[in-house]
Ligand binder design. Structure first.
Ligand code: SAH
Length: 415
C-alpha cells in the first residue's frame, strides 16, 4: 500500500492552483502535449514515482502525466525548493504528494521512500535520489521497468553506476538532449542563478567582477548572463577544451587561487567538491558573495568557512549569512551553499521548464511503450526535434524547408 501523502497544509490548494495556472501561460508546449495525452491516454494505468522540485512548473508536468492516464506519486527533490501551496494543489488534483518545505534530511529521505512505496513502474529522478533508494533496498526495484533522469549530476552518477556494473535499471538521460542542455542548463541556470544572487544580496552586477567556476552548460550560461549585466567575468576551469571555449567567448581564465582576491561574486557550477576552500576564503575581498549553482552543497567548503570565521551573522538578509573573518572581512554565503537558483529564487522560468518537461513527458510516453536493457539510454532525437518544432510554432517562428534537390545534395557523396 502506498503511504499516505504528506503536505504542510492542504488548505493552501487554491493559492497553489492560481500559481500553477499562471505558470502554465508560459508553457504552451506542455499544454499541446496535454491535449494529445488526454485524447490518446498513452499512460493509462501507468504508476509513476517522481522526484522533482515542487514548483508550479513541476505541477504543469504532473497535470500532463495525469491527463495521459498515469497514477503519480511525487517526492520533493529538495526541501528548500518545495512550495507548500503547490504541494497542496497537486494533492487536490490527485497526486500522492510527499513534500513539505524545509523538512530535515531524515524527513526528506522518508518522503523519497514514501513515493516509492506506491511500487511504481516508472521513476522520474532529478539527481539520482529515487534510483539511489531503489538500489539500496533491492526489494523495491522489483516491478520498476525504467527511469528518466532530469539533471546533469544525476546522469553523471548513473554513468558511474553503469560503469561499475551496479545499475540494474534502464534510465533515459533526459538531461542530455541538445534542447535540455541549451535551454535548461544554459539559459535556465544562467538566468535563475543571477536572479537568485541579485535578489538575495541586492548586489549591483554592473562593473563587478563575477568569478564563475566551471564552464559547462550551466557555467557558460551564468557567465554569459553576468557579462550581459555588465560584469567582468573570470572563469576557472580544469578542462582545456572548456577553458579554451571560455577564452574564445571573451572571458578571462585564471586558476581559482588567482581569481579569489579579485571576485566580488563567486558562483561555483562544477558538480565537484571543494571548489572554494579555506585558502580562497583567506584572500577574498570584504563583502565577497559566495553562491553555489551546482548540485550538492559541497562545492563551497562551508565547514571550513565556519571553522575559519570568528562569528556568523545569520540571515543578514533572507538567504544570506555573513561569515566574519579574523581580520574583520565578511564573506556573504547565499542559501547556505546549497543550490542557489532554487533555494533563493524560483528555479528556471516556466518557459524553460516548458521545454524540459515536454522532453520529460515525451520520454515517459516512450519509456511506457519500450523495453530497454539496464543502462543509461539516450532520449531519441525525434523527441527533442518534436519539442523544438512545437516551441517554435508556439512562438510563431517559421523555418525554411529543404527542397528535394537540397535533400538529395546533402545525402549524396558524389559531386
Ligand atoms: N536534488 C537536487 C536537484 C537538482 S537541481 C537538489 O539538491 O536540489 C537541478 C534541477 O532542477 C534541474 O534538473 C532542473 O530541471 C530543475 N529545475 C530548475 N528549475 C525548476 C523549476 N522551476 N521547477 C522544477 N524543476 C526545476
Amino acid at each position: 500500500m502506498p503511504e499516505v501523502p504528506d503536505v504542510a497544509d492542504p488548505e493552501l490548494a487554491d493559492a497553489g492552483r492560481r500559481r500553477v495556472d499562471f505558470a502554465e501561460r508560459a508553457m504552451p508546449v506542455l499544454a499541446l502535449l496535454r491535449d494529445r495525452f488526454s485524447r490518446e491516454r498513452p499512460l493509462a494505468g501507468v504508476r509513476i514515482a517522481a522526484c522533482a522540485h515542487v514548483t508550479p512548473e513541476t505541477a504543469a508536468l504532473a497535470r500532463t502525466l495525469l491527463a495521459g492516464g498515469a497514477e503519480l506519486h511525487l517526492a520533493a527533490s529538495n526541501p528548500l525548493s518545495t512550495q507548500d501551496d503547490v504541494a497542496a494543489a497537486l494533492l487536490a488534483d490527485g497526486v500522492g504528494v510527499h513534500a513539505v518545505h524545509g523538512v530535515d534530511r531524515a524527513g526528506h529521505a522518508q518522503h523519497l521512500r514514501a513515493a516509492l512505496s506506491a511500487r511504481p513502474e516508472l521513476v522520474l529522478d532529478d539527481g539520482c535520489d529515487l534510483v539511489g533508494v531503489l538500489h539500496a533496498s533491492p526489494g523495491l526495484l522489483e516491478g520498476v521497468r525504467a527511469g528518466g533522469e532530469q539533471t546533469s549530476t544525476g546522469v553523471l552518477r548513473l554513468r558511474q553506476m553503469a560503469a561499475d556494473g551496479a545499475l540494474r535499471l534502464p534510465v533515459a538521460a533526459v538531461n542530455d538532449t541538445p534542447m535540455q542542455l541549451l535551454v535548461a542548463n544554459r539559459h535556465g541556470t544562467g538566468q535563475s542563478t543571477l536572479d537568485a544572487v541579485m535578489r538575495a544580496t541586492g548586489t549591483l552586477v554592473a562593473g563587478s567582477t563575477v568569478v564563475v567556476a566551471g564552464y559547462g552548460w550551466c557555467g557558460s550560461g551564468i557567465a554569459a548572463r553576468a557579462r550581459g549585466l555588465g560584469a567582468q567575468v573570470v572563469v576557472t576551469e580544469v578542462q582545456p577544451r572548456r577553458a579554451l571555449e571560455a577564452v574564445l567567448d571573451g572571458h578571462r581564465v585564471l586558476p581559482m587561487a588567482e581569481a579569489a582576491p579579485l571576485g566580488d561574486v563567486f558562483v561555483v557550477s562544477t558538480g565537484d567538491r571543494d571548489v572554494l576552500t579555506a585558502d580562497h576564503f583567506a584572500v577574498m575581498k570584504d563583502g565577497a558573495v559566495l553562491a553555489n549553482a551546482g548540485h550538492f552543497d559541497v562545492e563551497v567548503d562551508v565547514e571550513a568557512l565556519a571553522t575559519g570565521s570568528v562569528s556568523v551573522d545569520r540571515r543578514v538578509r533572507p538567504h544570506v549569512d555573513a561569515y566574519e573573518q579574523p581580520d574583520g572581512r565578511r564573506l556573504l554565503l547565499v542559501a547556505e551553499g546549497r543550490l542557489v537558483n532554487l533555494a533563493a529564487a524560483d528555479g528556471h522560468p516556466a518557459a524553460v521548464m516548458d521545454i524540459s518537461f515536454a522532453v520529460q513527458a515525451l520520454t515517459v510516453e516512450w519509456l511506457a511503450r519500450t523495453d530497454l536493457a539496464p543502462g543509461v539510454h539516450e532520449v531519441p532525437a525525434a523527441i527533442d526535434d518534436e519539442v523544438a518544432r512545437t516551441k517554435l510554432a508556439a512562438l510563431g517562428v517559421r523555418l525554411d524547408e529543404l527542397t528535394p534537390a537540397q535533400v538529395r545534395y546533402l545525402s549524396s557523396w558524389q559531386v
